[in-house]
Each structure stands twice: as C-alpha cells, then as structure tokens.
Design a protein around this ligand. Structure first.
Ligand code: SF4
Length: 538
C-alpha cells in the first residue's frame, strides 16, 4: 500500500506542477490520497475557486432554483433576471412528477422576467409584478416562488417587498429567494437559502389527519431520471407513508405538513442537512442518513429504517421486499459484473453522489480511482464530527442563519432519549460519516476539480468512465473516455434502488464497451499537411 500511495503522490505532483506556488499550495489542500493508516485526513472545501481557473461549479442561483426548488410541481417558479440564467431550469434538469387528481403541475413551464438593459437601468420590480399578474391570470397557482439572479442583487430590486404585496393582493403564498448567483462560493449557498425559506414559510402551515403507521419525509432526493418514483414504489410496498419529498416529485402543499413525520430520510446530505437539523430542533423529528443508490446500500438503508421503527411486522416486511426485489435483479447484475470487472471510474459529482456511486460501481466490478465534490463542505468528506472545527468565512456570513425554536405545541420526541442513544451506535441517526472514510487506500479525494486537473488526471490514470455534469462531460468524450452525467443521467434512469441499479449497469456497459471509442481518428492523423493536437492523445 505504501508504494501505491507514493505512486499516486507522484501523479498528483505532475498534475499540480504547472500552477504558480501560491495556487499549488491552495490546490494541494483540496486533494487527499486515502491512507487508512492515518487516523484523520483533512481536506479543504467550500472555499472560493482560484480566479482564472475554470471551475466545474454552478452558482448560488443554480443551487437554489435549479436543484432544491425547481422540482416542486405545484409552484410557479419565476426567475427574476436575464433569460440566460434560465439555463438552470429546463436546460439543466428535466423535472418529472406524477400528479394526483386535484393537484396542479407547472413543471412543463419555465417562467422568467427576461430582464433587459432598461430594466437594469430603471429597476425590474414593475416587470416582476407584471409577471406575477400574468402567472395568476393564466395559471392561478397556490404558490409562487421568485428567485433572484445576479443583476437583481446588483441593482437592488426588493423582491421580498414585491412578494409581500402579491401575497396580499392574491391571498396565495408568494415566496422570494435572495439567491443571486454571486453569493457564497458555489451552488451550495443556494441550497442553504432555499432550505431556510422553505422552513420559515412552508413547513408547519397545514395540519393533516394522519392514520399511517410509519410516516416519513424523503429529503435530498430530486427525482433525477425518475429515482423518486422508484424509491416511492419500494417504500410504499414495505408500508411507509411518505408525507413530503424535498423536493423531487414534491409539492409545496405536501411540504406544509412535513412536520407530522416521525423520521426524515436524508439522501443528499449537503443540499438538505440544514432542514433536517431544523426539524430536530423545532419538531423533535430525527433524521437518518440513507443511500438508495445501489442494491447493497439500499438494503442497508431499508434495514436501518426498520431498526429505527423497531416494529417486528415492519422488519419482516422489509426483509420480504428485499428478497423479492433482489431476486429480480441479481442475475442481471452478475452479468454486468462479468462484463465490467476490472474497469475504473472517475467521479466528480455534486454533494453526495460522488460518495453514493462508489458503491454502485463496486457491485458491478468497477473501482473508483478519483472522487470529489463540486460543492461539498468538509463534513461531506470527513463526517459531521468536524463541523465544530469549520471556521466561518465572509462567504458563510452572506447567508443568513435561520434560528429556529422549539414549537411548544407540536414538538414531541419520537423515541426516548435512551433509545435514540442506543440506536445511534448502530445506525447513522442524525449523523453522516462522510465520503473519505469509505474510500480505499490509494484513491484520490479531490475538492472543486477544475478542467486542467480533470484532463491531467484522465491522461495519467486512464479511467474507463468519467461521471460528472454537463460542463465537463464533453471534455472527457473528446479524450476518448465515456462520460455519464450523474446530475441528469443523460436522459436515462431511474438508477435508484434495485431495478435502477440494473438500468445504471446497462447504460455503463453500453457506454464503456461501445466500439465507438476505437474509431476516434482525427483528420490530422489521416491527411498529409494537417497538424493538430488531440486532448486525450494516449
Ligand atoms: S452566475 Fe448570475 S448571471 Fe450567471 S447564471 Fe448564475 S445567477 Fe445568472
């Protein structure tokens, strides 16, 4: 193992060799080579990208509107800003939802105030008011969410005042989010802003008659490629009642009653841990870290959930459903494992997926050689125990901390203190261990990867698959390495749970084993007199 780490260290030296000294020092702190002989391994995260470096990150607005709010189906989402920012609506994700008989669904639309030069000079509030009037006239929604883009903050439009006036005028819920793109260091700031407003303005607004035995909320699940549909199917089969999903296939209406749940499941820790913690403080609802990507992690999460409720009937039902679902996929997974054994993967995805997908790959014979987050914080890498050590920066202070207090009428402990302590030793209750601890020796954890590092590492490590988002997908393809988007699934999916794992294995096998890669032959290699350089010339 020592030799292997040494070899990887040399690789990294080669990657960061071209940086000026100050940048090199900075980037070194964002890269860790996993070494289990060390007690703790520290990584730098959630700091500003070095100016001049091409980052693969998204902006604060992208995190707020594009990730957390966008999937809510019964909401008219008005993007207040120039039309280009609307890329972070349908351009980035295809939000999907199943709609009940009396439910409204506006997911087919993107709404923007389309700010022009004159709005930047004279202010855009009137235009926003007009957009709300039009939305009311045509669609008559129960909730409108206004998200701010960079120019809105720069010229000082008061979107909160506009929202208040519209709320009074129409008697519906109109919420404003000050999530201008430049706030924070990445899309992570936008998640925090969205979480605060949802907690303050929606959660707890509606009581429901609850007869279900195991009421839960699904948090940090965004229904990419229909994942939430598959999760809902399996959890429903076991007997769980999902009150609200934050926010894939979710609705503002359902979120209003989310405080009635007995457990919150946290899938993507980074984007939703704020709400999960606030639920504990305000209503006494604990959270459990789950992972429904990959059969092994799904089975673990389902068993953890059953353990939390501790009901023999639920435990038996869980095992029966696991056996049934597993039997349907085992043969296919074994076939894909035979095809893919020994391949390697490079993951640079979001705030939890780079962790979650390592297990998905492992089950089909693929080892992860590099994994990193676009917008993770240190706790996403190292575990929540490091939170007290994380120093506040000016960027963090840009995002107002929402102080919640115990709701005296609705707060109650779902389990006794003793039972919670006992369970916390066995299952990840109110805890996340982070990505690094599960990584194998000699693998690389890298924060805020940039295009230079992506290209260099790909050339040296020669992964068989690169998983990331749209900004770097084609860099990888141009280098002859198959790339799969894990932010949108390239219009495939679902990949969650049991059947989803087979879908993923099929797509990965089709991509890696495609003969296409053998046909990459640029013109300068065929025609005399032409000269050129091919990015992945190896
Ligand atoms: S950085 Fe600003 S201008 Fe660019 S997409 Fe985000 S909000 Fe819009």
């Amino acid at each position: 193992m020592v030799n292997e780490v040494k070899k990887i260290e040399e690789t990294l030296e080669e990657v960061i060799d071209s940086y000026p000294a100050k940048s090199m020092k900075n980037r070194k702190e964002h890269i860790v080579i996993r070494d289990t002989s060390q007690d703790k391994q520290k990584i730098m995260a959630n700091t500003r990208t070095i100016p001049g470096i091409i980052s693969n990150r998204g902006c604060c607005f992208a995190g707020c509107q594009g990730v957390v709010l966008g999937p809510l189906k019964d909401v008219v989402h008005i993007v207040h800003g120039p039309i280009g920012c609307c890329y972070y609506t349908w351009g980035m994700r295809r939000n999907q939802a199943v709609v009940g008989e009396n439910e409204k669904n506006f997911l087919n639309f993107s709404f923007s105030t389309d700010m022009q030069d004159s709005d930047i000079v004279f202010g855009g509030e009137k235009k926003l008011e007009q957009a709300i009037d039009e939305a009311m006239e045509i669609f008559n929604p129960g909730t409108i969410m206004i998200t701010a883009t960079c120019p809105v903050g720069l010229i000082g439009d008061d979107i909160h005042a506009v929202a208040r006036r519209a709320q009074e005028k129409y008697g519906i819920s109109v919420m404003a989010f000050s999530c201008e793109g430049y706030k924070g260091v990445s899309q992570s700031a936008g998640h925090h802003i969205a979480n605060n407003e949802l907690m303050e303005h929606l959660v707890g607004k509606k009581e429901i008659e609850l007869e279900a035995e195991y009421p839960i909320n699904l948090m940090g699940e965004y229904n990419i490629g229909g994942d939430a549909f598959e999760i809902e199917r399996v959890l429903g089969k076991i007997g769980y009642k999902i009150i609200a999903t934050f926010s894939g296939n979710g609705s503002a209406e359902a979120i209003m009653s989310a405080h009635e749940a007995d457990l919150n499941l946290v899938q993507c820790h980074r984007s939703i841990n704020y709400i999960a913690e606030m639920f504990r403080e305000k209503y006494g609802v604990p959270w459990l870290k789950v992972n429904f990507l990959g059969v092994d992690q799904t089975i673990k999460s389902l068993r953890d959930m059953a353990k939390y409720f501790g009901d023999e009937k639920l435990i038996q039902r869980t095992e029966a459903v696991i056996a049934e679902e597993l039997a349907a996929v085992e043969q296919s997974l074994a076939m894909y494992q035979d095809l893919l054994e020994g391949k390697t993967a490079f993951l640079f995805v979001g705030g939890s997926r780079a962790h979650h997908y390592q297990n998905v790959f492992k089950r089909i014979g693929i080892d992860t050689v590099v994994a990193g987050y676009e917008f993770g914080h240190r706790d996403d890498y190292e575990g929540r125990e490091v939170i007290p050590d994380i120093k506040m920066t000016a960027d963090d202070r840009n995002i107002p901390e929402l102080e919640v207090e115990k709701d005296e009428q609705r707060y109650h402990l779902r389990l006794s203190k003793e039972k919670m302590e006992e369970l916390a030793k066995e299952i990840p209750l109110n805890n996340y261990e982070g990505m690094i601890k599960e990584m194998e020796d000699g693998t690389i954890a890298i924060d805020d990867l940039n295009h230079h590092e992506q290209v260099k590492l790909t050339k040296i490590l020669k992964p068989d698959i690169y998983c990331s988002g749209i900004k770097d997908k084609y860099t990888s393809h141009k280098m002859g390495v198959f790339s799969k988007q894990l932010h949108s699934y390239d219009y495939s999916g679902p990949y969650a749970m049991f059947k989803g794992h087979v879908n993923f294995a099929r797509d990965v096998a089709n991509g890696i084993l495609s003969p296409t890669w053998g046909y990459i032959n640029p013109p300068w290699k065929k025609e005399a007199g032409l000269e050129g350089n091919y990015g992945g010339d190896y």
